[in-house]
Design a protein around this ligand. Structure first.
Ligand code: GAF
Length: 381
């Protein structure tokens, strides 16, 4: 259930014996299309989920900072003034990493008591970590008395993720969490962080975007993500371009190393698909028309980028066979979630078909929910 400001305030009160100074939130995200393009100076098209991390905070009553999460058993303490990369493993690193990133940027960093709750599924490729970082970031800015705009806040959150936690991600997730808007996709050019909010009128067309959480294990920092980054860098190097964003398909097809060629082909064709989808939606087309691009994206991440696993391939294929207009894995890969664009009337059939396919294979049942583009990070109370 989505944590409310009142519930998280109550949690704060029972832990600290007084009211928090405020409550802030930031959402997780689904990426509609544009996978692994964000560290290649490319294009992405995510949207913010209604699922969010919520943080209640106040100036610390002791000499250091504390953070408690409804999802975790222990309270973690750290010094906002001194915490450094390597000090805190696990979930608290995303929190302390924001304090560190603020400090590195020269912003004031007060010691705080924080109480967190989140309904963004963890390990599902829906950016639970970016939600945490951005929620803490907006709280930290308000309580430190500084104004940090949405894009610079996303940049600080990415810094926390890359340089404090040590996950070598791009910047899409934090930008989606900061810039999300109801009924809008966040079309992001990662070369200059330019944003265009693109309409995604699902309900007006009788459409649902289903998220199928395959529950297959998923992790960024497991080496595979970094290997894909290195392959892309090697391809750009071989092509003599600053980033794969600048490569042509013709040049890519001439690369002699088969693996490097396929990695680069995914990036170049995926950038084209993102731009095609944006052109359709910005032009007012029926969103059903983006279905083929979603399918092609899935085939590309399966065959060329090789980041899917059987659980996601089965979900994507079965959803399509059961009537989805398009379906694809979303997020970093190696597990996580599949999205499917489905007529409202076909939702039970698609959900049922995927559940049956999983049961037939003896797999843990998937969890399915509807995703609607939602608000980006803000103060709640
Ligand atoms: C993860 C990363 F955090 C993003 O930066 C992005 O690369 C994504 O995987 C793949 O598109 O979510």
């Amino acid at each position: 259930m989505t944590p409310t400001a009142a519930a998280v305030s109550t949690g704060f009160r029972s832990r600290h014996g007084h009211e928090p100074a405020g409550v802030w939130f930031a959402p997780g995200r689904v990426n509609l299309i544009g996978e692994h393009t964000d560290y290649n100076d490319g294009f992405v098209l995510p949207f913010a989920l209604p699922h969010r991390a919520v943080v209640a905070a106040a100036p610390a009553s002791g000499s250091g900072s504390t953070v408690t999460s409804a999802q975790e058993p222990e309270t973690v303490t750290f010094s906002a003034a001194g915490v450094a990369p390597g000090d805190l493993p696990g979930w608290a690193g995303y929190v302390a990493g924001m304090f560190w990133a603020f400090r590195e940027a020269g912003y004031p960093v007060p010691e705080l008591d924080l109480v967190l709750d989140s309904d963004v599924p963890v390990g599902a490729g829906l950016s639970s970590s970016a939600a945490l970082e951005c929620a803490v970031g907006v709280a930290l800015a308000d309580l430190g008395g500084v104004r940090v705009d949405r894009t610079p806040m996303a940049v600080l959150a990415r810094r926390a993720e890359n340089d404090f936690v040590g996950a070598p991600t791009g910047g899409m997730d934090q930008m989606a969490s900061m810039h999300g808007r109801p009924e809008r996709l966040v079309f992001l050019d990662t070369r200059d962080d330019a944003i265009e909010l693109t309409p995604f009128p699902l309900s007006g067309h009788g459409l649902t975007l289903l998220v199928i959480d395959t529950r297959a294990p998923h992790a960024h920092a497991d080496g595979q993500y970094g290997e894909r980054r290195s392959d892309c860098a090697a391809a750009a190097d071989a092509l003599g371009v600053p980033a794969l964003r600048d490569a042509t398909l013709e040049a890519v097809e001439a690369l002699t190393d088969d693996r490097i060629r396929r990695r680069a082909r995914h990036i170049v064709t995926e950038n084209d698909r993102v731009r095609d989808v944006v052109a359709l939606l910005a032009g007012g087309a029926d969103p059903r028309r983006i279905g083929p691009a979603l399918d092609a994206s899935h085939a590309s991440i399966r065959d060329d980028f090789e980041i899917t696993v059987p659980h996601v391939d089965v979900a994507a294929e079965v959803a399509r066979d059961a009537g989805a207009h398009g379906s694809r894995m979303t997020g970093g890969g190696f597990g996580g979630c599949v999205i499917a664009l489905v007529d409202d009337a076909d939702v039970p059939a698609v959900r049922g078909a995927v559940e049956k396919a999983y049961a037939d294979r003896g797999w843990t049942a998937p969890v399915t929910f509807t995703a609607t583009p939602s608000e980006g990070a803000a103060r709640l109370s």
